[in-house]
Design a protein around this ligand. Structure first.
Ligand SMILES: Cc1cc2nc3c(=O)[nH]c(=O)nc-3n(C[C@H](O)[C@H](O)[C@H](O)COP(=O)(O)O)c2cc1C
Length: 339
């Protein structure tokens, strides 16, 4: 199934969410090689971008094959958000999303992220300023269903205001700010947003396999599905979820050898693109993703955390996979991982 976000036409309606410290360039290159179409990179602070913070510029690192790609801004000051939006457009991103979902206390206490769900007038001022600043690229908003209220009422209000300001789509994660990552995503509440607007609604939350993908679509009637944690260590998920909506219900299970090769390629990309030190730190997380559910994975994780020598880490990963039986369980999403 395809998905149109303003002038951006996507062949697949399965997209990757922005995830801080996860969806970096190596992650996206691996995911695209295995079938991902549209991806986000992680949120960046509008204020930091406007100040030309070096770390923020690094987070926006991309490459010609890393397309189509969306950037996401966090902030609540209309003027700063507009200025940052202009910078994003000039950097040739394919889409700009505004973050109205981040539940982290420090962010919310600044009036940013999910805090804007309680302030529709402030959110609208941001939407208007950003819309005026951006000339060509599609604009979207990613939000939770509400701050504390789980009914979806707040998300409906925000989505309607975004639509009225000329935004091209909204994404709704079926949890409140208060819930954080606990409980389960409420797909019916996402459906209330879908019924309230004409622009496409992308459903998000707990989609990890064909069953959950069919469920979110059936219960919310969403136009697209955004995968978050389900894509970590499982770059095969995008094609499999596309397959879940085809008549043949295609499902591909990678062999242990392919999983090993993919993880090693991911680690080598981290190394070549980010340098050995950063790669070694990121590896601690990445190894957890790819080995979740596999026998003896805990021992590997502990060993990987004891060194920053990438050659040693790569040889540990190789040994771990060589010791696995060919019929080891398929990839699973590390669902307990939260921000
Ligand atoms: C480690 C981590 C980092 C995240 N970073 C972002 C982010 O930068 N921007 C954003 O909008 N959402 C962020 N999220 C939320 C996810 O994009 C997604 O909405 C949420 O995890 C629910 O989807 P899932 O159940 O498929 O993971 C993050 C989530 C996690 C676990």
């Amino acid at each position: 199934m395809n998905l149109s976000l303003g002038n951006l036409k996507l062949a697949s309606s399965i997209i990757q969410s922005p995830m801080a410290a996860c969806t970096d360039l190596p992650f996206r290159l691996i995911a695209r090689e295995k079938g991902l179409g549209f991806s986000f990179l992680e949120m960046v602070s509008a204020q930091a971008l406007v100040r030309d913070n070096a770390k923020t510029r690094e987070l926006l690192q991309s490459s010609p094959e890393d397309k189509p790609l969306g950037a996401q801004l966090l902030g609540c000051d209309p003027g700063i958000m507009a200025e940052a939006a202009r910078i994003i457009e000039d950097m040739n991103f394919d889409l700009l999303d505004l973050n109205l979902g981040c539940p982290v206390r420090k962010v919310v206490s600044n009036g940013e992220g999910a805090a804007l769900l309680k302030e529709p007038d402030k959110a609208e001022a941001v939407f208007k300023a950003v819309k005026r600043a951006v000339r060509k690229i599609p604009l979207t908003v990613k939000m939770r269903i509400g701050f504390e209220d789980p009914s979806g009422r707040e998300a409906v209000e925000i989505a309607q205001r975004a639509e009225a300001c000329g935004f091209d789509a909204v994404t709704v994660h079926g949890r409140t700010q208060k819930q954080g990552y606990s409980g389960t995503a409420d797909y019916a509440a996402i459906g209330r947003v879908k019924q309230a607007v004409k622009i496409p609604v992308i459903g998000n939350g707990d989609v990890v396999n064909a069953k959950s993908a069919r469920e979110i679509r059936a219960l919310s009637q969403c136009d697209g599905i955004m995968i978050g944690r389900g894509g970590l260590g499982n770059p095969w998920i995008y094609r499999n979820l596309d397959g879940a909506f085809e008549k043949e219900n295609l499902h591909y299970v990678p062999s242990i050898q392919e999983r090993r090769d993919t993880l090693l390629k991911h680690l080598n990309l981290e190394r070549s693109l980010l340098g050995d030190r950063q790669a070694a730190l990121n590896t601690r997380r990445i190894v957890v993703w790819y080995t979740a559910g596999l026998p003896n994975s805990k021992t590997l994780r502990v060993s990987v955390c004891r060194t920053t020598d990438m050659d040693e880490i790569i040889s540990m990963v190789g040994d771990f996979f060589s010791a696995l039986p060919e019929n080891a369980p398929p990839p699973v999403a590390p669902l307990l991982l939260a921000e």
